[in-house]
Design a protein around this ligand. Structure first.
Ligand code: ADP
Ligand code: GLC
Length: 470
C-alpha cells in the first residue's frame, strides 16, 4: 500500500514541535510493516535541506488569484530517512528559513497544497491513501473530493490527523479566488462561522479523521476551539490513535547528542555525566533533584503558570534545581529570565530552541514537568520515560493516556489542575520520592522498559488504511 503523508514538518529536516517528530517517524515504522510510505514537505531554505542531494522530478506552475508561481517537486536521492522524502519548491513562497509565522502563511499553505495536487494528478503511480497532517494541509481532502481539475483522483481516500485543533488556519472569503473551480453548491464544505476554515473543511471532507490520542478525541467533542459541534457530528469517522516515538532517534544507548550514553542496566550511574554537564553549564548543584521543562512557552502548555510555580517552590525550599528550555510568549520568557537572578544556583533557563540541549536534559534531569492545559498527545513524557526521568503531568489528553500515577501502581506523578498549587504539590511529591534513592532508581529502571514506540500505533494506522481501501 502506497501512503503519501503531506505535512509542513518532518524531523530531522523541519521541526517546530511534535508534528515534526511524528511525520519523521511514523512513515518509517509503516514501511517496516510492509507499506510504501512517502512524505512531501516544503523545500525550506535551511542548511539541513540545502545540503541534500535532490533531483527535480516534476515542474509546473500554479495560480493564486492573479499571481502565477512556478514550482518544482524534488525527490531526495539518498533515501536515508527510512522513507522517501519529496519537496515542493516554490522559490518565492516556501524557500525561506522559517516554517511558520509569515504574514503570507495562508498563501504558502494553499500554494503547497495546489502543487501537491498537481503532482499527484500528473504522477503515473498514485498513492493509495493521502494522509494529511493539521490545517496546513487540510484543504487537500476538499481538493480531492470537490475540485473539477482533480476529478481523476477523487477516489483516493484521504485521512486527516489532527495534532492540535487550536490552530485551524481560517481565512476570509476574499481569498476564495485561490481555490480552483469547484461545484459552488458545495461551498459550505469550506465554511465555518463565515470564514474558510481548512481544519473544518478537512474534518468534513476527509474519509477518516484521527487525533493523536484517544482521550484528546473525547475531549474534542466538548472543547475544540469552536469545532466541537462538527467533531461530534462527524464522530463516526473519527478515531484516537496514540502517537508513538522513534526508538532509533530516541535511544540513550546510541543517542549522539547526549554526553554519556547508557543502557537500561547502567542508567543509574551513567546518566550522571549528563546531569553533571547540565549542572555545570547552568550553575546548578548536581546533588539536588533536577526538575526540567522542555517546550513551547504557550498557554496550552501551562507555561504562563511556570514562573509563579517556580517562585512558590523556590521560596520554600532550596533543595532542588529547576531548568527550563523553551521559547514562545514574550511575557513568559521575560518572567522566566527575571527569576534567574532571584534564584541563582537553584534555577536557570535557556530561552530558545536547541535540539541537542533537549536530548541532554532528557538524559540528565530527574523529573520532567508538563502542566499542560491542552495536550493532544505530548511526546516529551514518552521521551522522559525512555530516558529514565519521571514525568510530572497534568492528566489531560495524551498525558492521561500515557502516564499512570505512582499512587495507582504507576510510574509518574499526575495532577488534576493546571495551576500553581497542583504543580508545587507535585514537585513536593517528586522531592519526597527522590529522597528514597533506592525506590527512585527502581522506578527509573522500570520506566525505561515501557514500550511507547510506534510498533503498536503504526499497526492501528495500517488497519485504518486497509478499512478505507475496501
Ligand atoms: P508540541 O508539538 O505541542 O510542541 P510535543 O510534546 O508533541 O509538543 O513535542 C514537542 C517536541 O519538541 C519534542 O520533541 C520536544 O523535545 C521538542 N521541543 C519543544 N521545545 C523545544 C526547545 N525549546 N528546544 C528543543 N526541543 C524542543
Ligand atoms: C501537537 C500537540 C502535541 C502532539 C504533537 C504531535 O503539536 O500539541 O500534543 O504530541 O502535535 O502529534
Amino acid at each position: 500500500m502506497r501512503i503519501l503523508h503531506t505535512s509542513f514538518e518532518c524531523y530531522p529536516l523541519a521541526k517546530v514541535g511534535g508534528l515534526g517528530d511524528v511525520v519523521g517517524s511514523l512513515p518509517k515504522y509503516l514501511n517496516g510493516l510492509g507499506c510504501e510510505t512517502y512524505v512531501i514537505i516544503p523545500f525550506y531554505d535551511t542548511e539541513k535541506i540545502n545540503q541534500l542531494e535532490c533531483e527535480t522530478i516534476y515542474s509546473g506552475s500554479l495560480n493564486l488569484g492573479t499571481n502565477t508561481f512556478d514550482f518544482s517537486i524534488k525527490k531526495e536521492k539518498s533515501n536515508v530517512f527510512g522513507f522517501q522524502v519529496f519537496f515542493v519548491d516554490i522559490n518565492k513562497l516556501l524557500f525561506r528559513p522559517g516554517i511558520y509565522e509569515y504574514p503570507d502563511d495562508t498563501e504558502r499553505f494553499i500554494s503547497f497544497q495546489l502543487a501537491v495536487m498537481d503532482w499527484i494528478v500528473s504522477s503515473e503511480t498514485k498513492p493509495d491513501i493521502i494522509h494529511c497532517h493539521d490545517h496546513h494541509t487540510g484543504l487537500i481532502p476538499f481538493f480531492v473530493s470537490q475540485v473539477e481539475k482533480y476529478q481523476s483522483i477523487c477516489e483516493i481516500p484521504t485521512i486527516l490527523t489532527i495534532h492540535n485543533a487550536q490552530y485551524q488556519g481560517e481565512f476570509s472569503y476574499d481569498r476564495l479566488r485561490y481555490i480552483p473551480p469547484f461545484n459552488f453548491n458545495n461551498v459550505g464544505l469550506l465554511d465555518w462561522y463565515e470564514s474558510i476554515n481548512p481544519l473544518a473543511a478537512a474534518i468534513k471532507c476527509a474519509w477518516s479523521v484521527t487525533t493523536v490520542s484517544p482521550s484528546y478525541m473525547v475531549e474534542l467533542q466538548e472543547k475544540a476551539n469552536g469545532l466541537e459541534g462538527l467533531l461530534s457530528h462527524e464522530n463516526k469517522k473519527c478515531t484516537g490513535i496514540l502517537n508513538g516515538i522513534d526508538h532509533d532517534t530516541w535511544n540513550p544507548e546510541t543517542d549522539p547528542m547526549i554526553i554519556e550514553n547508557y543502557t537500561d542496566d547502567n542508567l543509574v550511574s551513567e546518566r550522571k555525566p549528563n546531569k553533571e554537564w547540565l549542572c555545570k553549564e547552568f550553575n546548578l548543584n548536581p546533588e539536588k533533584p533536577l526538575f526540567a521543562f522542555i517546550g513551547r512557552l504557550v498557554y496550552e502548555k501551562g507555561a504562563d503558570i511556570l514562573p509563579d510555580a517556580i517562585y512558590q517552590t523556590l521560596v520554600n525550599t532550596d533543595d532542588i534545581s529547576i531548568l527550563i528550555l523553551g521559547s514562545g510568549n514574550k511575557e513568559v520568557e521575560r518572567r522566566l529570565q527575571e527569576l534567574k537572578e532571584l534564584f541563582s544556583g537553584n534555577y536557570n533557563t535557556y530561552i530558545g530552541y536547541d535540539e541537542k540541549l533537549s536530548h541532554i536534559i532528557y538524559a540528565g534531569a530527574d523529573f520532567l514537568l508538563m502542566p499542560s492545559r491542552v495536550e493532544p498527545c505530548g511526546l516529551n513524557q514518552m521521551y522522559a520515560l525512555r530516558y529514565g526521568l519521571i514525568p510530572i503531568v497534568r492528566s489531560i489528553g495524551g498525558l492521561k493516556d500515557t502516564v499512570v500515577d505512582i499512587g495507582d501502581g504507576g510510574f509518574g506523578i499526575c495532577h488534576k489542575h493546571a495551576d500553581v498549587h497542583d504543580i508545587c504539590y507535585s514537585i513536593n511529591r517528586g522531592i519526597e520520592l527522590y529522597k528514597d534513592q533506592e525506590s527512585y532508581s527502581e522506578l527509573q529502571k522500570r520506566i525505561v522498559k515501557i514500550d511507547n514506540s510506534w510498533n503498536n500505533s503504526a499497526k492501528q494506522y495500517i488497519k485504518l488504511y486497509k478499512s478505507l481501501k475496501q
